[in-house]
Design a protein around this ligand. Structure first.
Ligand code: HEM
Ligand SMILES: *[C@@H]1O[C@H](CO)[C@@H](O)[C@H](O)[C@H]1NC(C)=O
Ligand SMILES: *[C@@H]1O[C@H](CO)[C@@H](O)[C@H](O)[C@H]1NC(C)=O
Ligand SMILES: *[C@@H]1O[C@H](CO)[C@@H](O)[C@H](O)[C@H]1NC(C)=O
Ligand SMILES: *[C@@H]1O[C@H](CO)[C@@H](O)[C@H](O)[C@H]1NC(C)=O
Ligand SMILES: *[C@@H]1O[C@H](CO)[C@@H](O)[C@H](O)[C@H]1NC(C)=O
Ligand SMILES: *[C@@H]1O[C@H](CO)[C@@H](O)[C@H](O)[C@H]1NC(C)=O
Ligand SMILES: CC(=O)N[C@H]1CO[C@H](CO)[C@@H](O)[C@@H]1O
Length: 504
């Protein structure tokens, strides 16, 4: 045998043994166990590459562990799978031990300069978790949420007829994504909305795949060049938006966050970059949710029929003098008065959610009187483990059941964030959830009442979601569904009018 190969082989064996030794010596016996250690420190990276968002659920299914450790270079992760342990983490008494760290994620991919990150981290330290205070203030139930929702609904009413009427074959995801992007960003950023420019909208979606590189690649500049250039275009549009005062016509949340960043000492150009974080929160999960909900509704004739019937029943006839009959639907009534559609939205969130909650351990601690958790480690709670737990949801947990939430027994689980957590839990629970649910429900109801959707190859087949991003709360389908959308032909001529007419 070639002497170099032999030497290489021996060095390899020693390196491997050394790494294994290091892994096991630095792992305390009281810590949760390590499940895989074939390739020390890299098993999880390989696992994530192979299984993406399904990796953690796969580990749970394979090893039946309730908590375990994953070791990465310079980082340990504790993965928690069971409701009982999750409850302990969410216990208010433990809030200072397990702290959410979404800010790091936001700063990581927004392209801030080093100085700006230091500035923000300092402000963060002083003000506590002020990062998204404005979003909480403006988008939790109240007058501001109502105004923003109505605004988004008006945008949908104006654009749907142009983009859906008897169009040729199109991708269902692409279609709902465009509608939602324009409605959400239009309502939030106002008439000068930077996304009201198809080049900027496209640039945003060119940037999104680059986030994985920013997370995992040692050289994102090399491996994600096009994505980073796309991000520069979006940032440029936002810099111009703030420079020219576009934010003065936006909902109050936007100037408030901008001024907060400026008052912390951020340069204007840098504050504009923070909109990348807002955009990601706003645009990453909603269209995937609307896609899966539409898929579930239209692929099930009886569900579709029931939902149409329920929507029709809460709508009212409007007096017109001659011409077509006009029906008005107050979309805000859907949540309480159209049980099948609401239940199906919840089931879509339960069944498809790929959310992972992330917290950081602040000091060494004994968890549940049993496990040692070390300072600075990351705790991950995969929603998928909980949402498919048979002890909670029964033997049908792995199936989509559009009637599940009409049954009072499973409904009880909805109020428990240890059982149902598509929006996370605790202080950092998604503050945009009401806004996004309002707008998604509205879009879906408008489509269901006015159009028929058929897959262009004639058969509904759920796309796979193996390549969905680990950081996304709702998984993007691996391929878009080509569909044909045809305006519904009514027995009588009906004109629909949609409003969001809630009172605060
Ligand atoms: C279907 C749509 C959405 C889903 C599934 C979703 C899900 C989530 C999840 C899982 C988190 C992390 C919570 C945690 O780990 O504790 C989160 C955070 C957040 N979401 Fe959403 N979200 C959606 C739509 C939106 C929209 C439309 C907005 C804004 C208009 C928004 C704004 C935010 C913000 C600002 C945070 C950070 C919260 C904080 O750090 O306190 N989200 N979202
Ligand atoms: C800075 O602005 C971003 C986006 O506008 C916002 O998410 C963040 O909360 C702001 N930061 C502070 C410290 O107010
Ligand atoms: C849309 O197309 C369907 C059949 O493809 C047709 O029956 C209907 O009249 C068309 N509607 C409009 C508004 O053009
Ligand atoms: C988008 O911009 C165009 C001009 O480029 C303007 O006419 C239109 O009203 C804007 N739409 C919205 C929803 O702001
Ligand atoms: C990577 O790109 C950023 C800006 O996009 C730049 O500041 C940085 O210097 C680049 N790094 C390398 C190694 O090229
Ligand atoms: C859907 O979930 C929400 C939030 O958990 C809950 O308030 C609502 O009652 C649920 N609706 C149905 C029909 O299950
Ligand atoms: C968290 O709270 C529970 C219940 O209050 C307590 O038993 C436990 O010791 C606390 N701390 C940790 C790290 O689990
Ligand atoms: C966590 C929780 O509340 N789980 C409940 C969900 O609903 C089932 C069926 O009613 C109960 O058995 C679980 O205890």
């Amino acid at each position: 045998m070639n002497v170099y190969v032999t030497i290489g082989f021996i060095v390899g064996i020693f390196a491997y043994a050394g790494l294994q030794l290091m892994l096991h010596l630095t792992q305390d016996k009281r810590e949760p166990c390590i499940l895989e250690s074939r390739v020390p420190f890299l098993d999880s990276a390989i696992g994530i590459m192979n299984h993406r968002a399904n990796y953690l659920a796969k580990l749970k299914a394979q090893y039946k562990a309730s908590i375990h450790t994953i070791r990465m270079p310079f980082q340990r992760l504790y993965i928690v799978h069971t409701p009982h342990l999750i409850q302990i983490i969410q216990n208010k008494a433990n809030a200072s031990t397990f702290v959410p760290n979404l800010l790091d994620f936001g700063m990581m991919f927004s392209g801030l300069k080093k100085e700006s990150k230091v500035t923000l981290a300092g402000a963060f330290g002083l003000n506590g978790n002020a990062f998204t205070k404005s979003v909480h203030k403006h988008l939790l139930p109240g007058a501001s949420l109502l105004a923003t929702t109505s605004n988004a609904v008006e945008k949908l009413c104006a654009s749907l007829p142009n983009n859906l009427d008897n169009s040729s074959t199109q991708g269902l995801l692409e279609l709902v994504r465009h509608e939602l992007t324009m409605a959400l960003t239009g309502a939030v950023y106002g008439p000068e909305n930077p996304y009201n420019d198809s080049k900027i909208e496209a640039s945003w979606y060119d940037f999104v795949p680059g986030i994985n590189h920013l997370l995992y690649s040692p050289f994102p500049n090399l491996t994600a060049r096009a994505a980073l250039r796309a991000r520069d275009r979006v940032i440029g549009a936002f810099q111009k938006y703030f420079e020219t005062g576009g934010h003065h016509y936006a909902m109050a949340m936007i100037p408030e966050m901008y001024e907060a960043n400026i008052s912390h000492g951020l340069a204007s150009d840098e504050a504009a970059k923070m909109e990348m974080a807002t955009s990601l929160a706003m645009l990453s999960s909603g269209s995937n949710t609307a896609f899966w909900l539409l898929y579930q509704i239209f692929s099930d004739c009886s569900a579709l029929h029931t939902i149409r019937q329920e929507l029709l029943e809460v709508s009212t006839k409007e007096e017109t003098s001659g011409g077509p009959q006009c029906r008005v639907l107050s979309l805000n009534l859907i949540r309480d008065e159209c049980p099948t559609m609401s239940a199906m939205l919840n089931e879509t969130l339960r069944y498809h959610s790929s959310v992972i909650n992330i917290k950081q351990v602040q000091h060494d601690t004994t968890f549940a009187n049993q496990y040692l958790l070390k300072k600075d480690a990351i705790v991950m709670i995969p929603g998928q483990s909980i949402h498919h737990e048979k002890d909670i949801w029964g033997p049908s947990a792995d199936y989509f059941d559009h009637l599940r939430f009409l049954d009072p027994a499973s409904r009880r689980n909805l109020s428990s964030t240890s059982a149902f957590r598509p929006f996370g839990a605790g202080a950092s629970m998604c503050p945009g959830r009401h806004f996004s649910m309002n707008v998604i429900c509205s879009l879906v109801a408008m489509i269901v009442l006015q159009y028929n959707i058929m897959p262009s190859d004639g058969k509904w087949r759920a796309p796979t979601k193996c390549n969905a991003d680990l950081w996304n709360a709702m998984p993007k389908p691996d391929r878009d569904l080509a569909v044909r959308i045809v305006k519904k032909v009514e027995s009588e001529d009906v004109q629909w009018r949609f409003v969001w007419a809630e009172e605060v």
